[in-house]
Design a protein around this ligand. Structure first.
Ligand code: GDP
Ligand code: MG
Length: 370
C-alpha cells in the first residue's frame, strides 16, 4: 500500500470514515475523508484494528467475501430452483433431461438451437426451472468438495423395472448430506416389467415415504422415453421450490459457481457459470476461482448472446485468463484492478497447492458417469 484516502482505508477496514477521523484526531492528526494517508499512518490505524498491512492483498481478499453481504429482506426476489438429476446408471437420467428439454424449451423458444453448456432452463406455468445436466454425482461430490452448494432440489430417478440399486442409495445419501429435498421420478413406467409400487416400498427403507402412505416424499411416475408424466414432474418441482421460498438479491454484483469449464481453441477459456445472486453483465471484471478477467461475451443455453443474467441462470462466458474448475466460486467486482489483484494472489496460491498435491482425482472419471 502506497497511499490511501481516509475514506478508502475506512472501506477496506469496513469501518465508518468518521470513526477513523476520530482515531486520527486522537493520534494528533486532523483529517478529512478525502485526505491521503501515508504508509505509516495506514499501518498505525490498521494495526490498531488488528489488520496486517504488509500485503495489500490480505485486506483486498477479504472483500471477496464481503461482497456476499447479507441482503435485506426487501431486496430478495424469488428465483428459479436449481435442479440436479441423480440415480443409478441406465435408469434414465440422460433421457429424462433430454425429454424435459425437448418438451419445454422448444415450446416458448421456437427455432432456438439448443446448445450444451452444462445446464439449461425451462419454463412451465410461467415459471423457470434450471436443470444442471452435469452428472448429479459430480455436481454433488466435486462441486461440494470445492465448497459450492448449487442444487436446490434433487430428482432421484429410479427405473420401475429395476428398483433401488447401489447408485440410488449413494444418490440418496449425497442429497441427504447436502440437505437437499428429493423428488422421486419412477421412470420407465411404459415397460411391461414396471413395478412402481415396489420402488415405493423399497424407498421407504430410506425414509422416502410417499404422501399416499402418510409420508412427505413426492413420487411421480414418468416415462422419460415416451414423455409421460413430465409436466407433472415439473409442477412438483415448482411446488417444492415454492415451499423452500428460494430467493436472491438480483441488484448487486454477481456471485455464483462454475458448472463446467474448458479450453476452446478459438475462444480461449470458456466457463459455464451459474449466477446464484446478483446480476452478471458483459464487461464485468470477474474472479473465477484462481482465474480472472472481464466478461467478454455471454451465451445462454439456447446459444443466444445475452448482455446480463440474474440469479439461478446458467450462462457461458469467455474472457478469463485461465480455465477454472467445476465448483469454483466466482465474484464480479466493480473494477478490473481489484479483480486482477485477487486473481493473481489466488493463482499463485493455486500453483503452490498444485505442486503440493501429489495425486489428483480425475474429473473426467466423474463426468463420464452421465
Ligand atoms: P442414464 O445412465 O441414467 O443416463 O440412463 P439413460 O438415459 O442413458 O437410459 C438408459 C437406457 O434406458 C436407454 O437405452 C434409454 O433409452 C432407456 N430409457 C430411459 N428412459 C426410459 C423410459 O422411460 N422407458 C424405456 N422403455 N426406456 C427408457
Ligand atoms: Mg446418462
Amino acid at each position: 500500500v502506497e497511499s490511501l484516502t481516509v475514506g478508502e482505508l475506512a472501506s477496506k477496514l469496513h469501518k465508518e470514515p468518521s470513526e477513523l477521523i476520530k482515531k486520527l484526531m486522537f493520534l494528533g492528526v486532523m483529517a478529512t475523508i478525502n485526505q491521503e494517508l501515508d504508509k505509516d499512518s495506514i499501518e498505525l490505524i490498521a494495526t490498531d484494528y488488528g489488520v496486517e498491512v504488509e500485503e495489500e492483498i490480505v485486506i483486498d481478499e477479504t472483500e471477496f467475501e464481503n461482497y456476499a453481504d447479507e441482503d435485506k429482506e426487501e431486496d430478495l426476489k424469488e428465483r428459479p430452483p436449481v435442479v440436479t438429476i441423480m440415480g443409478h446408471v441406465d435408469h434414465g437420467k440422460t433421457t429424462l433431461l433430454d425429454s424435459i428439454r425437448k418438451t419445454k424449451v422448444t415450446e416458448g423458444e421456437a427455432g432456438g438451437i439448443t446448445q450444451h453448456i452444462g445446464a439449461y432452463q425451462v419454463e412451465t406455468s410461467g415459471k423457470k426451472i434450471t436443470f444442471l445436466d452435469t452428472p448429479g454425482h459430480a455436481a454433488f461430490t466435486t462441486m461440494r468438495a470445492r465448497g459450492a452448494q448449487v442444487t436446490d432440489i434433487t430428482i432421484l430417478v429410479v427405473a420401475a423395472d429395476d428398483g433401488v440399486m447401489p447408485q440410488t442409495k449413494e444418490a440418496i445419501s449425497h442429497a441427504k448430506a447436502a440437505g437437499v429435498p428429493i423428488i422421486v421420478a419412477v421412470n420407465k413406467i411404459d415397460k411391461e416389467a414396471a413395478n412402481p409400487d415396489r420402488v415405493m416400498q423399497e424407498l421407504t427403507e430410506f425414509e422416502l415415504v410417499p404422501e399416499a402412505w402418510g409420508g412427505e416424499t413426492i413420487f411421480v411416475n414418468v416415462s422419460a422415453l415416451a414423455g409421460t408424466g413430465i409436466d407433472e414432474l415439473l409442477e412438483m418441482i415448482l411446488l417444492v421450490a415454492e415451499v423452500a421460498e428460494l430467493k436472491a438479491n438480483p441488484d448487486k454484483l454477481a456471485r455464483g459457481s462454475v458448472i463446467e469449464a474448458e479450453l476452446d481453441k478459438g475462444r480461449g477459456a470458456v466457463a459455464t457459470l451459474l449466477v446464484q445472486s446478483g446480476t452478471l453483465k458483459v464487461g464485468d471484471p470477474i474472479v473465477v476461482g484462481s482465474s480472472f478477467g472481464k466478461v467478454r461475451a455471454m451465451v445462454n443455453d439456447l446459444g443466444r448472446r445475452v448482455k446480463e443474467v440474474g440469479p439461478s441462470t446458467p450462462v457461458e462466458i469467455t474472457g478469463l485468463n485461465e480455465v477454472p474448475l467445476a465448483g469454483d466460486q466466482f465474484q464480479a467486482f466493480p473494477d478490473e484492478k481489484k479483480a486482477r489483484q485477487i486473481g493473481e494472489v489466488r493463482m499463485s496460491r493455486q500453483r503452490e497447492a498444485n505442486l503440493a498435491a501429489s495425486s489428483r482425482v480425475s474429473l473426467d472419471d466423474l463426468f463420464n458417469q452421465i
